[in-house]
Design a protein around this ligand. Structure first.
Ligand SMILES: [Zn+2]
Length: 300
């Protein structure tokens, strides 16, 4: 597998990780400032591609100072423990709510298998990271990388332990701004089983209040931030309206997804292009939204 390194700016580089040969799915970023940071690791199964990507930037594994995931879902940090073993000088920055899970992986792995099923096995099992190599990043936590610092903005919604990392006018957004399809120039929401719609919208608003030039998506690649976040918030709200209407009409998640395919241009095409890891992604998002609606209705 050939990895081609792309230059985004003077200090930010990225590459397509291609887990299990699936391209255009996971972007891994390298910040090469006075300190060197790896943003996201991808899943355990793509460890050797991750190593190749780091080396393609002219770095050795011992050069990495910080490993910085946006959150610990397997596609983002399932390979965290594996790469930490090889990058002996690196520390990992994780959300306080993720700290325990990455050092004692049993609950993390079981929860992932429950939700992802077969896809969790494809991603591979994480390895635990010893607590002495973990830094717990509170909201607002700031770390100097040299010319600029990287700052933690807690952005819950997709996951309670989600962090958007701000570096200058760039934001490593993980899954907090949905999935972006560069070929369609569209973004769509993405939720796991437990989703907080209210917090997801607040998080997008928080990001919108910062002056950003680029959103650096994990799925997939850098995107101009101009007008992007307000459109993204609208797309999240539109989806929720459609899902709510479907729930009121007693439709199944598959039926609701069909309505979305009809009403959201590009969505069906994005679904057809999804490879093995993402084949259930849009349906999973509908179900995550249905779960949120159910919990809201129970409160009444
Ligand atoms: Zn993801």
């Amino acid at each position: 597998m050939d990895i081609s390194l792309k230059k985004h700016s003077e200090t930010i580089f990225w590459f397509d990780l291609c887990p299990n040969d699936e391209s255009d799915f996971i972007s891994i970023y390298l910040v090469i400032d006075e300190k060197i940071a790896l943003i996201e690791t991808g899943p355990a199964c793509s460890h050797s591609n991750l190593v190749k990507g780091i080396e393609s930037a002219g770095l050795t594994l011992s050069d990495i100072d910080y490993i910085i995931p946006t959150h610990i879902h397997l596609d983002h940090f399932g390979g965290g423990g594996h790469i930490m073993e090889s990058c002996e000088n690196a520390k990992a920055l994780v959300h306080p709510k993720a700290y325990k899970h990455v050092s004692e992986i049993d609950a993390w792995w079981e929860g992932s298998r429950d939700f992802l099923g077969r896809v969790a096995e494809l991603y591979g099992k994480p390895k635990p990271i010893t607590q002495s190599r973990l830094i717990s990043a509170e909201d607002g936590y700031e770390l100097s990388l040299g010319k600029q610092s990287i700052k933690a903005l807690h952005t819950p919604g997709h996951a309670p332990h989600h962090i958007t990392w701000i570096y200058g006018n760039e934001a490593f957004v993980g899954d907090s701004a949905g999935l972006w399809y560069p070929d369609l120039d569209k973004s769509f929401p993405v939720t796991p089983g437990y989703y907080r719609h209210d917090l997801a919208l607040q998080s997008i608003e928080k990001m919108e209040s910062i002056n950003l030039d680029f959103l650096l998506y994990t799925h997939f690649g850098p995107r101009s931030a101009k007008n992007t976040l307000s459109q993204t918030a609208k797309e999240f709200e539109l989806w929720m309206d459609i899902v709510k209407e479907g729930v009121a009409r007693n439709l199944t998640s598959t039926q609701i997804l069909d309505v979305l395919f009809q009403q959201r241009p590009g969505l069906l095409e994005s679904n057809k292009n999804h490879g093995v890891h993402q084949s259930g992604t849009h349906l999973g998002t509908v179900e995550g939204m249905m779960g949120w609606i159910r919990r809201e209705n129970e409160k009444r």
